[in-house]
Write a protein that binds this ligand. Structure first.
Ligand code: CTP
Length: 475
């Protein structure tokens, strides 16, 4: 049993508790920080609820904390924040909230602690610890058996879930996010309501949805969240392209695999290997174009031709819709989606030097990430097949090392650049310069010449001659 008194025996709680006593107010630490104390998770900020004005209490606490304390007041929301060094304290007056159904803006009315706790999202987040110094310091208020739900690992709403979710539909995503982060189950009644209310997610901004999705992706097993999103009906509203991957079609008795569950397996396997969240996104989206490229062929069976290319072209739109960053992170994901078949294709064909050089060149600094994604993509249940693919992948890795060391191909630019071509032949920029440069690059990648200045220059002179060009200078 956790000793809360000991847990909060820290200077900050004593200061807040003393200040509340001086103002003759009840004050409680609430929400995530209490939950995280019980779960032994780090917590970033501390939320306090007081019966009365949170702003007044915050002002007094900021005064007590003295130099270096910074107070921000948000009058419209009736909240205030005090920051000092890496401490972040949030203060709010207990409230009875009724929400405007068409938006998330609460109509705030003062209330009791009971009102306040019952309007919170989940029982595990509705725990309160009294901080008033004296005999009540560290007293736990647990009106909805939040401690029992932590013990049983259950996400459940304190009130009728239809009310809790219609108060703030983002909570449906929060339920799934907590279930994913903590590995908890969502209580069946809560989950039924979540399914019933899924359509209400439309009033939530996409930025807030993205924040929850990122937290799901950063969890140890992100598949838990995506599976729950699918089962609740939220996925087809948030990321329909992924929902479209669910299911199996059968023609002439031949079925393709369920691409949704394959993807989730890849995602979890990759997540065991790396914390890199954008690489995880690449795993989630690597087969995203399979539904749109799927065809039945009487000879070949199910095919998904070019799904890697089509998929990489879908990434920008998906990122835009989800309000994910449209910078290098998006380009990185698109690139990995495009290249995700290349190492395996290499394995299945012949591992030639030139194919390896091209892969190294195209993947550039993301080569290791691409190889991890490829490894995660091997989800076959056929042990023999897995062993064979993994052994071949090891050969590819070995070959990459060799070619890299020998030819220094990674992030390479041809030793002869466009400026040198123009200067040598006294010509201006144009398609011919690009063509000569590309042919030199191809020759290096194909192993016809070495990645070496003299050989490249010789080839440039030869190619110029083929086009009727003569060098204006030998420099
Ligand atoms: N809360 C709520 N409904 C929401 C958001 C928050 O009832 N839509 C309540 C919960 O009691 C929650 C507290 O406000 O514990 C603080 O919210 P927040 O800081 O967003 O989340 P935490 O629970 O602290 O968790 P995390 O920091 O992981 O987001």
């Amino acid at each position: 049993m956790i000793d809360f008194k000991k847990e909060i025996d820290k200077k900050v709680f004593h200061i807040v508790g003393d200040t509340a006593n001086e103002l003759r107010r009840e004050c409680y630490a609430v929400g995530g920080c209490v939950r995280d104390m019980v779960l032994r998770r780090p917590s970033k900020d501390i939320d306090f609820v007081t019966v009365g004005s949170g702003i007044e209490l915050a002002e007094a606490v900021a005064g007590k904390l003295g130099k270096g304390a910074h107070l921000s007041v948000f009058r419209t929301f009736g909240t205030a924040q005090v920051k000092k060094h890496n401490l972040e304290l949030e203060f709010v007056g207990a409230r009875k909230e009724s929400y405007n159904r068409e938006s998330r803006n609460p109509v705030v009315e003062e209330g009791s602690l009971t009102d306040d706790l019952s309007r919170r999202d989940f029982t595990i987040n509705a725990l309160a610890l009294q901080v008033n110094t004296g005999e009540n310091f560290g007293r736990l208020i647990d009106m909805f058996d939040g401690m029992g739900d932590i013990e049983r690992q259950i996400i459940r709403t304190p009130l009728d879930p239809d009310i809790t979710f219609s108060d703030d539909p983002l909570r449906m995503l929060r339920a799934i996010r907590f279930a994913t982060q903590l590995g908890f189950k969502i209580h069946p009644e809560t989950f039924d309501a979540l399914t019933r209310n899924a359509g209400r997610i439309e009033i939530i901004t996409r930025e807030r949805i993205a924040t929850e999705l990122m937290k799901i992706m950063e969890s140890p097993r992100p598949s838990i969240g995506w599976d729950l999103l699918y089962k609740s009906g939220l996925l087809k509203l948030i990321l329909p392209e992924l929902a479209a991957m669910k299911g199996v079609e059968v023609v002439n008795g031949r079925a393709h695999k369920d691409n949704f569950y394959h993807t989730l397996e890849v995602l979890d396997k990759l997540s065991r290997m790396t914390d890199k969240v954008w690489l995880r996104w690449a795993a989630l989206l690597h087969d995203i174009a399979k539904p749109v490229t799927k065809k039945w062929d009487d000879k070949a069976g199910w095919t998904f031709h070019n799904h890697n290319f089509v998929g990489s072209k879908m990434v920008p739109r998906i990122f835009r819709n989800l309000k994910l960053p449209l910078d290098n992170k998006m380009k990185y994901v698109a690139k990995l989606v495009e290249l995700h078949m290349r190492p395996i294709a290499l394995v299945e064909d012949e591992v030639t030097d030139s194919a390896v050089r091209r892969l190294v060149n195209d993947a550039g600094e993301d080569l290791e990430d691409l190889l991890l994604l490829c490894e995660a993509d091997v989800t076959s249940k056929n042990e023999e097949k897995v062993r064979r693919i993994m052994a071949n992948l090891a050969i590819v890795k070995q070959k990459i090392e060799e070619v890299n060391e020998r030819d220094n191909i990674r992030n390479f630019n041809p030793p002869v650049d466009g400026i040198e071509i123009m200067r040598t032949f006294g010509i201006g920029g144009g398609p011919l310069v690009g063509e000569i440069k590309q042919r030199i690059k191809d020759a290096i990648l194909d192993g016809e010449i070495h990645n070496d200045y003299d050989e490249a220059r010789e080839m440039m002179l030869r190619l110029g001659k083929e086009h009727g060009l003569t060098p204006v200078t030998d420099a």
